[in-house]
Design a protein. Sequence first.
Length: 221
Amino acid sequence: PQREGEGPAMASPSPSSSPAASPSGRKVRDVAADWHNAIAKWDRLVVDSGLALASRVANSRLAAPHIGSVKKIRKEGDSAPTAEAASAAESTRSQELERDCDQLIEVWEKLRGLLQTMEKLTSTLQAVCDLEWYQNKQAWRPTPLFRSWPTTTFYEVSAQLQAQYSEELRLRRVLVAEMAHAPSPNLSMVYLSAWLHQPYVTDAAKLALEAMLTETGHRDI
C-alpha cells in the first residue's frame, strides 16, 4: 500500500468533504500503510536475514560432537600436524559461530527498532481517538472515517498487533541468547524452528490487518 502523497492509491479517492479526506482520515490511512510496511520489513528480517544466521548457529551445535574428537586426538598422541589441523578447524568454527551470533544480535536490534515504530503507530491512533473524543464533545464520531469501522477499531487492531509483535521480540531475544549455548543439538534445532515460526502472531491479527488495509482503501474489495 502507498502512503498519502507517495503515488496513486489503489482505490478511487474520496470526495474532499468525506471524513476520509479529513486530517484524521489521512493520518489513519497513513498508519495503516505504515503497519503493512513495518510487518513486511519484520518478515524480511526474520526470514531473509535471521533464518540463515540462525541456521548456521544451529548447525554449529550439530557439529559440536566433533570437538570431542579433537580432544581425543590430542589425548591419544596423534601426529602433531593432525592435531594442529583439528585445533585450527575448531578455532575457525568458534570464530564463525561468534560472528554469526553477533550478526543475529544485529538482526534482533533491527526488530526492536521496528517494534518501536509499531508502538509509535499505536500512539498515533490513540491520539486520533482522543482528538475525536474531544472534538465531538466526549462522543465518538457518528460517521465512520472510511467504510464501516469506528475510529476506535483502528486503535484496537494496532494495539493487538503491537502486543503480539512485542511477544515475538521477547521470544527472539531468548532464542538469540540461548541458541548457541543449547545443551543438545536437538534443542538447538527446536530453537531454529521457533525462530522461523511466529507463534504469538495469530491468524486473527493477520486478518485484522488485511481488514484495516481494505477499510482504508489500500486493498480493493
